[in-house]
Design a protein around this ligand. Structure first.
Ligand code: ADE
Length: 255
């Protein structure tokens, strides 16, 4: 996959994607990442990329022209067509389902805004989709772009090894549930024991326990993700047993 990133801080993108799974994918050319700085396409001695907003108010707005020229240069750098995605809190919230779709693209161009935003006319004419990574405000789109790059890269063929396999991740398993808890050595610690079933060697029982924990966690923490009517009869039984155990433990009422 090729990703071009338009940003006033291309080094930020370069450095934040240089580690771990994504760093390795770049080294192996499974991800081709190229930064583009709109300042390089700005005119005048000051290479201005922003100006005051019409109508007044605080902050600065990114100018159309440097962004347009920069986008054009990025497009021309490769014949592969690419949608332009703008990272902003006004965008559609990113989900794992959308990440899976985007991960199938051969190429995309990410546009990162700074200041109060980008001239709306550039967005209207050049942007295919606006994406938010959550209902909070960052100082710019770079961190959000790095999040999106990470999420799509780890789904590329050959990026994860078997041990890192994405299939077990939260949202990726059957039904889009949260992941189950994980434990490693020691089996016994001052902070608690590893559940007996995980040490039993009974693979069917372990799989059932993990599925039940995923169901239970999703019910407790993200009930809106759980479409109970779509659960299999076996899943419903597991969840019901989880709930009964939860209530019997004298646990506080579910928030
Ligand atoms: N830029 C600033 N805040 C953002 C957010 N929440 N998501 C995506 N891009 C952003």
């Amino acid at each position: 996959m090729r990703i071009d990133v338009i940003s006033l801080f291309p080094e930020f993108i370069d450095q934040s994607t240089g580690f771990g799974v994504v760093g390795r994918a770049r080294e192996r050319a499974l991800l081709q990442l190229q930064g583009w700085n709109p300042r390089d396409y700005a005119s005048g001695n000051y290479r201005r990329v922003d100006d005051r907003p019409f109508g007044g108010g605080p902050g600065m707005v990114m100018l159309i022209e440097p962004l347009r020229a920069c986008l054009e240069a990025a497009r021309q750098a490769d014949p592969t067509p690419a949608p332009v995605l703008y990272l902003s809190p006004q965008g559609r919230p990113l989900t794992q389902a959308r990440v899976r779709e985007l991960a199938l693209l051969p190429r995309m161009i990410l546009l990162c805004g700074r200041y109060e935003g980008v001239d709306e006319r550039l967005l209207a004419h050049q942007v295919d989709e606006e994406i938010s990574i959550g209902d909070y405000v960052l100082s710019g789109g770079e961190l959000a772009a790095a999040v999106l790059i990470d999420a799509v890269t780890r789904l590329q063929e050959g990026v994860l090894n078997d041990a890192e396999s994405a299939a077990q991740d939260s949202f990726e398993g059957e039904g889009g549930l949260l992941d189950c808890p994980h434990f490693t050595h020691p089996a016994s610690h001052a902070w608690g024991e590893v559940p007996e079933v995980l040490r039993s060697g009974n693979h069917a029982a372990i799989a059932r326990w993990r599925r039940q924990q995923s169901l239970g966690r999703t019910w407790l923490r993200r009930p809106e993700l759980l479409d109970e009517s779509a659960l299999s009869p076996a899943d419903r039984k597991l969840l019901e047993a989880f709930r009964q155990e939860w209530a019997a433990d004298g646990s506080p009422a579910k928030p």
